[in-house]
Ligand binder design. Structure first.
Ligand SMILES: NC(=O)c1ccc[n+]([C@@H]2O[C@H](COP(=O)([O-])OP(=O)(O)OC[C@H]3O[C@@H](n4cnc5c(N)ncnc54)[C@H](OP(=O)(O)O)[C@@H]3O)[C@@H](O)[C@H]2O)c1
Length: 274
């Protein structure tokens, strides 16, 4: 094990963790990208994996298990006892908007370490990266119970840039950043943009929440996870997620990346090539 100070990145193989890891490594920093199948083993369901992953780390990016937010408190206690001085927690704007319990946020606030909370809107990258909708997008017809509801998709390059900055300086200590893109789009509008950029015929198929939950269960999602996703999408359908947030501007002093920029770059990289 390296004796240089390390930064632990949970969910290190996932959509956000991978980008956070890449940014930190590009700065020459020591990173431990951890997950069940990653280079460093970390499993929320197996507490014996926590201490070996944490040892040597001075800061941690935390992607929680959405079904077990209660585990963040014992994890944070263990991490602080073993030398972690700073947490950057990935939360979600929808949870705060829906009035859900924010147990993981409360746990890092109470940890005694410095903390920053990131609350993103829906990720633009969901259109091309698993697990939620990318498989359906690939078929050309995306069933979603969102109607004409609008969402200000946030670009994960913005989220990762903020996470990396907050993990490596004290400028973001105590900040809660609600993160969105610069404009809200419907799913039909988003798919039309992707279709134009990728030369594909893509369309949104409006379905009921129950139909969508059944669709996700058919794709192998556990029923409780599918029901939760259906609940968030109902919030969008009701028009309650269309508002813009200013977290990117507050954290980075610039405008968020536009959805069109994401689509252009992802299409150029072959994201929707058949
Ligand atoms: N998708 C959205 O639009 C959106 C919006 C706002 C907030 N969020 C939040 O973002 C989080 C997901 O982050 P993400 O998109 O970066 O991740 P992701 O792409 O869904 O990947 C999940 C990561 O967590 C790891 N993981 C899964 N189960 C684990 C377990 N039991 N123990 C340890 N690691 C585990 C996975 O790797 P292994 O398989 O190797 O373990 C992987 O690295 C969720 O909390 C979600 O609520 C998502």
């Amino acid at each position: 094990m390296s004796h240089d100070p390390q930064i632990l990145v949970l969910g290190g193989t996932g959509k956000t963790g991978r980008r956070v890891t890449d940014r930190l490594r590009a700065q020459g920093l020591g990173v431990r990208a951890a997950s069940r199948h990653g280079a460093v083993r970390f499993d929320w369901a197996d507490e014996s994996t926590w201490a070996p992953a944490v040892d040597g780390a001075v800061a941690a990016y935390v992607v929680q298990d959405d079904a077990r937010p209660d585990l963040v408190r014992p994890f944070a206690e263990l991490a602080v006892a073993r030398g972690v001085e700073r947490f950057v927690l990935l939360s979600a704007r929808a949870w705060a908007d829906l009035g859900d319990s924010l147990e993981a946020e409360e746990a890092v606030r109470a940890s005694g370490a410095a903390w920053t909370v990131l609350r993103p809107a829906w990720f633009a990258q969901n259109f091309a990266e698993a697990p939620f909708i990318s498989d359906d997008v690939a078929t050309g017809a995306l069933p979603l119970p969102t109607g004409d509801g609008l969402e200000p998709f946030v670009d994960l390059d913005d989220v990762a840039e903020i996470a990396a900055a907050a993990l490596t300086s004290d400028r973001h200590d105590g900040a809660v950043y609600d993160l969105s893109g610069p404009r809200a789009l419907s799913w039909a509008e988003a798919l039309a943009e992707i279709g134009r950029a990728s030369g594909r015929d893509l369309r949104h198929v409006d379905v009921t929440a129950d139909e969508y939950v059944a669709h996700l269960v058919g794709r192998g999602f556990p029923a409780e996870v599918a029901t939760e996703i259906g609940r968030y999408l109902g919030h969008i359908r009701a028009g309650l997620s269309a508002h813009l947030s200013d977290g990117v501007q507050r954290a980075l002093g610039r405008e968020p990346r536009d959805f069109t920029v994401y689509v252009r770059d992802a299409a150029a990289a072959g994201a929707w090539r058949v």
